[in-house]
Design a protein around this ligand. Structure first.
Ligand code: CU
Length: 465
């Protein structure tokens, strides 16, 4: 039997690899560690094996390993899990080691890796190591490169992590159902040289979608396109943690897409460049600045930016239907329709009837409408100035000068310096704005044409370092 131990959570760096060794003999299965909750865990510094700079999994965690005669051993358990998508809604999913998505696996280029996969589902499964160079028989395609892993059985995968980069793992058996139920995880192979492409903070998350009817908890596995919940790492706004960085940090966001459609991921206030795909690092000459990066189905994109601007910056999918929670797509558009008479007549038949959306739907974020149990409002999330009117694939990157290196805790809402926030017009300007009043932003002093002609000074960050 597999022994299970609660994954210790808490602030500060964790290094649990060594404690795992002492608990299990080399001839037995490595311990299958589980994560109890959906909180973002701090980076896990390697206690054994070669050094690397660990990633932080948004609303997730990295898996400890044991070293067995030079081989890095992990134990994944495919099983039914319960995942809180956001406060107020729990979903019955399938995942790995207690959570969906499964734990992030972090290894170093050149590591020999052995992964034990135990199937605790009631149907067959397998794991495909998306993007990896490996012997064909380790590719995890059931029926093609191996027999499927029957319920109750454990299979062993073993290969050398040949190429540094960002990968995903997911079943290649009853794939439509198992991925719709939440089975996937991230894999990061760090470069041998820890200083290569080094960043200050490195976050990973998967994009995912579910179709869960309000009041129920199990995803409808046959849905192809009309999903009603869109998530980062099996969380939906306001359940997605914010991302906390120090002003001046070089930040990497590695985002993988295992949904049924593409997601243009948009960051406010900064420009990003794509420095990596699941195929490897991008050549520096191929990079250009963007503020929205489309991430196709089955793709990973590593976005990098210098977090120069302090503030609370939105990070979200730009498909506006993907920043909503459970909504009925059949609801008719009522903008401009005077519903007063209609509402009166209908409410004689249906006492709770309410006219909706006459002036837009923003008002719905602030109405506390009665909801069925176990579902989420369509648009929600309290910001410091009211409802954010969002859901789904939305979170906030908090850039702060005071954030200490290595501190991933939430600094709270951004205090806007005086004169740097949109204000309500009351008939006159407060005072002539000076160059210094716009939060340290200076006004362009030279003609626009001159500025455009000047070559942008290349930053060291944009190239291989
Ligand atoms: Cu999207």
């Amino acid at each position: 039997m597999v022994s299970r131990r609660e994954f210790v959570s808490g602030a500060g760096m964790l290094a649990l690899g060594s404690t795992v060794i002492s608990r299990a003999g080399a001839a037995s299965l490595p311990e299958a560690v589980v994560a109890p909750g959906a909180a973002t865990q701090p980076p896990r510094l390697p206690s054994t094996g070669r050094p690397f700079h660990p990633v932080v999994t948004l609303n997730g965690w990295s898996m400890p390993w044991r070293m067995n005669q030079g081989v890095k051993e992990f134990h994944l358990v495919a099983e039914p899990v319960e995942r809180e998508l956001a406060p107020g809604m729990r979903a019955r999913l399938w995942g790995y080691n207690g959570q969906s998505p499964g734990p992030t696996i972090e290894v170093v280029e050149g590591d020999r890796v052995r992964i034990f996969v135990t199937n605790r589902l009631r149907e067959k499964t397998s794991i495909h190591w998306h993007g990896q160079r490996l012997p064909n028989g380790m590719d995890g395609v059931s029926g093609l490169t191996q027999p499927a892993i029957d319920a109750g059985k454990t299979f062993v995968y073993e290969f050398i992590a040949q190429r540094a980069g960002t990968f995903m793992y997911h079943p290649h058996a009853d794939e439509m159902v198992q991925m719709a139920m939440g089975m996937y995880g991230f894999w990061v192979t760090h470069p041998k040289n820890p200083d290569f492409m080094r960043v200050d903070r490195d976050f990973v998350f998967l994009l995912n979608n579910f179709d869960i009817e309000p009041g129920s908890a199990t995803p409808k596995v046959n849905t192809m396109l009309e999903f009603n919940l869109w998530g980062f790492n099996s969380r939906v706004f306001p359940g997605i943690d914010s991302i906390h960085v120090r002003q001046g940090d070089r930040v990497r966001l590695r985002i993988g897409n295992l949904t049924m459609t593409n997601h243009p991921v948009h960051l406010h206030g900064h420009e990003v460049v794509v420095t990596g795909t699941d195929g490897g690092w991008t050549p520096p000459a191929s990079r250009w600045p963007e503020v929205t990066v489309d991430i196709g189905v089955g793709q990973m994109r590593a976005l990098e930016f210098d977090a120069t601007e302090p503030g609370d910056w939105s990070l979200h999918c730009h498909k506006s239907h993907h920043t909503m929670n459970a909504m009925g797509h059949q609801v008719p558009t009522m903008i401009g329709v005077d519903q007063r008479g209609i509402a009166e007549k209908i409410s004689q038949l249906i006492p709770d009837y309410m006219a909706m959306g006459e002036h837009g739907m923003g008002e719905m974020a602030e109405m506390s409408m009665p909801l069925p149990n176990n579902t989420l409002p369509m648009m929600t999330g309290e910001g410091p100035f009211g409802s954010v009117e969002m859901g789904g694939m939305f979170t906030v990157v908090k850039v702060r000068r005071e954030q200490k290196p290595g501190d991933y805790s939430d600094p709270g809402w951004y205090p806007h310096p005086p004169g740097t926030q949109a204000w309500e017009w009351t008939g006159s300007l407060p005072e002539a704005p000076s160059n210094a009043s716009a939060g340290g932003q200076s006004m362009p002093a030279e003609p626009k044409e001159t500025m455009e002609l000047k070559a942008r000074k290349p930053k060291g960050h944009d190239g291989h370092r």
